[in-house]
Write a protein that binds this ligand. Structure first.
Ligand SMILES: [Ca+2]
Ligand SMILES: [Ca+2]
Length: 160
């Protein structure tokens, strides 16, 4: 019977780890801190997919900049201490050249920097924002960057 008991204990242990991973709190990963009312900056360097998971653990998504002026407004929130290259929730991983937000919306308000997106080396499918300007660049999805997350403000009631 002992081997079975050990298996049961191991399964319980796995469930606990799945519920709350190391470095996370009930409010999300410990490196994610609020940036204004709707956003968070997660400073640990992660791949695009890992950053998306961190934003989900925080209760949101990677930032979806789908409102007029939103990229500029988010850049304005990012003071000097926050400047950098930060993943946002945009990629063309599903279909090359057709960028879409992580919630499935097509890109309607592009804010590309210079000649971006350039798909450099033919392998840039994920998008980061230069947080001092609010402009964007496509980049390798596996590159480790900080991330900007977004969720509805806590006091906003969503109509059913
Ligand atoms: Ca948004
Ligand atoms: Ca690029």
């Amino acid at each position: 019977m002992r081997p079975l008991a050990l298996v049961a204990l191991a399964l319980v242990g796995c469930d606990d780890r799945a519920a709350l991973r190391e470095g996370e709190t009930p409010d999300g990963p410990t490196d994610c801190r609020p940036l204004g009312e709707r956003y968070a900056l997660c400073t640990r360097l992660r791949s695009f997919d890992a950053a998306a998971a961190a934003c989900e653990a925080w209760g949101g998504t990677l930032a979806i900049l789908d409102e007029p002026g939103e990229a500029d407004a988010l850049a304005a929130l990012a003071d000097d201490s926050v400047r950098g290259w930060h993943w946002i929730g945009l990629s063309d991983a599903e279909e090359e050249g057709r960028f879409a937000w992580v919630d499935g919306q097509p890109l309607t308000l592009p804010a590309w920097y210079g000649d971006e997106p350039n798909d450099r080396w033919g392998s840039e499918d994920c998008v980061f924002m230069y947080s001092h300007t609010g402009t964007w660049n496509d980049y390798g999805c596996d590159r480790p960057l900080a991330a900007l997350c977004e969720r509805p403000p806590a006091d906003v009631q969503i109509d059913q």
